[in-house]
Unconditional design. Structure first.
Length: 501
């Protein structure tokens, strides 16, 4: 059944951002619900969808978004948002099903987690328990629902894949918790998307959950060993230590991988119990084509190839960090919101604006921040210690950025190609912070070339915020001053050698 009107929530996230183009290709009309629609602006499919501002917890915005919709995809959850996330998930699911019914939506499709057989619900991790409850809310509601239950999703940029990748690549010898011996049934992201798209056409009488997984049932230890083989790494030595609890494991994962502790803990907790599909009934409604479901080794190879080719469409960090600031940049020059500290730097650059912009847009990740690497690394480690995202999230693409991309412990808030990059801090701070980088035409008297302008802004929260600014301001000349000088030099070197990346 093609030509349906589909609402996608969570389009700024990992799965949602990949589902949208698949629905378009299948012939459906897509409407995206996003709290910040601007984050979808630079996606290659942005001009082919309708985007509305709203939130799954806001009944009024949902009612507007649901109008005329046939199938509503629920791809959001409150994972990692701290205490009370179960109640937030519960309330959002109820609001969603109520508004879907009122709007005449014909089907809800939800991607949840595969739950272990024979384990009481109260014994599950809070993450799995909440995902299961959301599915039950949809199945008990008045709108027919398809609840897809997956374990570990393997795809370039998924949190599960990144965790597996970094643990295996960085630790040739690993001391691991006992849960690495627990069996699970991973699934390739391509198969997840195929099932999601196919679920839109299920007949009205279908209202049930389906287990979805790949053909391989493996332990996490076996996954790491097989990753090493596919990635052509030396064999890994893995030693199990039973006293490593999920809480301790999350700290360990947070230290070794880019996945922050707030996300690593529920992922680790979900691996305590065996999660293996009990059925494959989804094939009765979404038949498997030849070669599907994709095997574990092939899924790894496909993910690694997309990373090598720099074709990672979305990452686990595509979705905003829960609790991160969402206020707009203060209006200049006057802002009614209170104190606003700034650090401004600018300099003439003996390079073309285009060369300067290439350096600006390539900042972060493997290229670093062009000044005092130890200070940036230390700030990242401090952020990880207090539960923040740290600096190791890197970039989705080595050369190009788009609004909504994560960039180490920043988020791209605005980008005007060739001119402006504005980043919002997602590190743990007693206030709100932004960093603006501009590649401007030369000012009068520069004698050609370009002019680089850089501005750091900080809006303190309370006395602690003011103390924070004044405690770090003595280092700004080194960090921000050095950044401006080194970016200018990098642009000049690039302009002298256009072949340089």
């Amino acid at each position: 059944m093609t030509g349906m009107n589909c609402l996608v929530t969570g389009a700024t996230g990992y799965i949602g951002g990949r589902l949208v183009p698949e629905l378009i290709e299948a012939g459906h009309h897509v409407r995206c619900l996003a709290r910040t629609p601007e984050k979808l602006r630079d996606h290659p499919w942005a001009g082919q969808v309708e985007t509305v501002r709203g939130d799954v917890t806001d009944a009024r915005s949902l009612a507007s978004a649901m109008a005329g919709i046939d199938v509503a995809y629920y791809l959001v959850h409150a994972l990692g948002t701290g205490s009370g996330f179960e109640e937030r998930d519960r309330a959002a699911a109820r609001t969603f099903t109520e508004q879907a019914h009122a709007a005449g939506v014909r089907r809800i499709v939800y991607l949840g987690g595969l739950t272990p057989a024979g384990i009481p619900v109260h014994s599950l991790s809070p993450h799995l328990r909440s995902r299961a409850e959301v599915g039950e809310i949809f199945l008990a509601g008045p709108v027919p629902a398809t609840v897809l239950r997956a374990a570990v999703v393997i795809g370039s940029g998924s949190a599960s894949f990144e965790m597996l990748r970094y643990l295996t690549e960085r630790l040739p010898v690993m001391v691991t918790p006992s849960w690495v011996g627990t069996r699970c049934q991973p699934i390739a992201v391509r198969d997840v998307l195929r099932y999601l798209v196919g679920s839109a056409g299920m007949p009205p009488e279908v209202n049930r959950a389906f287990d979805i997984g790949g053909p391989d049932v493996v332990t996490y230890e076996e996954m790491m060993r097989r990753y090493a083989v596919v990635a052509r790494l030396p064999a890994r030595l893995i030693l199990r230590v039973p006293m490593l609890t999920p809480r301790l494991s999350s700290h360990w994962i947070g230290l070794v991988t880019p996945v922050p502790r707030a996300l690593a803990r529920p992922l680790a907790e979900s691996l305590r119990h065996e999660v293996v599909c009990a059925e494959h009934d989804i094939a009765d409604h979404v038949p498997d084509p030849p070669g599907a479901p994709i095997g574990f080794d092939e899924a790894l190879a496909l993910a690694l190839q997309r990373i090598r080719d720099a074709r990672v469409d979305t990452r686990w960090s595509s979705a905003a960090v829960p609790g991160a600031p969402s206020d707009p940049l203060p209006t200049d020059p006057d802002w009614a919101g209170g104190s606003l500290y700034t650090d401004q730097r600018e300099c003439a650059v003996e390079a073309s604006p285009g060369a300067l912009w290439r350096v600006v847009e390539g900042i972060g990740g493997e290229n670093g921040w062009y000044s005092f690497p130890l200070a940036w690394a230390l700030r990242g480690w401090l952020d990880r210690l207090v539960g923040g995202v740290g600096i190791r999230r890197g970039r989705r693409d080595a050369a190009r950025l788009r609004v909504g991309d994560s960039l180490d412990f920043w988020r791209v808030e605005e980008i005007i190609p060739g001119r402006l990059l504005r980043l919002r801090a997602e590190m743990r701070l007693p206030g709100l912070a932004w960093l603006e980088l501009r590649a401007d035409p030369p000012s009068p008297g520069d004698g050609g070339g370009a002019r680089y302008r850089q501005r750091a802004l900080f809006h303190p929260r309370g006395l602690l915020g003011h103390m924070y600014w004044w405690s770090v301001s003595p280092f700004h000349a080194v960090v921000f001053g050095g950044m401006a000088r080194n970016i200018a030099r990098a642009a000049e070197r690039l302009d002298g050698d256009p072949a340089r990346p």
